[in-house]
Design a protein around this ligand. Sequence first.
Ligand code: IPE
Ligand code: IPE
Ligand code: MG
Length: 249
Amino acid sequence: MTYKESLNKENIPRHVAVIMDGNGRWAKQKFGRNRIFGHAKGADSVRNITEACRELGVEYLTLYAFSTENWSRPKTEVNALMKLLVKTIKRETNELNKNGVKLNTIGDIERLPDDCIRHLQEAKETTKNNSKLVLTLALSYSSRWELTKAIKNIAQDAADGKISPSEVNETLIHSYLATKDIPDPELLIRTSGEKRISNYLLWQIAYSELYFTETLWPDFGKEEFFKAIYEFQNRERRFGKISEQLVVK
Ligand code: IPE
Ligand code: IPE
Ligand code: MG
């Protein structure tokens, strides 16, 4: 039986977040090629995992594509990643649209080159009425950037008298985040064997299940994704309670 066939259709996470890692190592280890080759192959995995989400009925997929810290990589790699982003958006927008996928971004998008911003805006506009899956690309994103911005805006709104400090609660904080329209991920996947969060969705993953795999991102296909969902479904999510208190589905 495949992992896909083994899945409980009643317990599919609504939101899966992914740290797509290992492109550079994949290119080097497998082909002795440069890192850019790995990034290009990684774009194919994005397509496969987006399709896998549609097949299962996952409603939100949030992919870490470029972090605030990634700006510190060599200029040639940063430029190549930005070019690849434009190329991928151009190539995939029609397909996303056909499959009912709405494109969204989180991050400090203004730091991206102008043509990236333009193509992202166009793709968002083209797909804005789709409602099957929200595909969010985290670009020039880091959680501390997001939280700093949110806290600054909350402080400003309090200073302007729009909110009072006593109103600040978890719901209000959520409404100031870049992910304000997205529920928290039930599952976070990181490929490539690294076991860290790298400044990703720190607030949002407070109670996410974490899934780490040695598989490098360009090798991470649909069945690997279904395996991650399978493992998710076999965990007991207690949220601080004890087993006996949980309602058996
Ligand atoms: C992930 O792969 C893609 C980005 C961070 C843009 P890496 O480029 O980090 O690949 P490794 O981790 O060096 O193998
Ligand atoms: C995290 O991967 C960022 C993205 C996947 C976009 P990195 O490869 O940049 O993270 P570190 O350097 O291993 O923490
Ligand atoms: Mg990496």
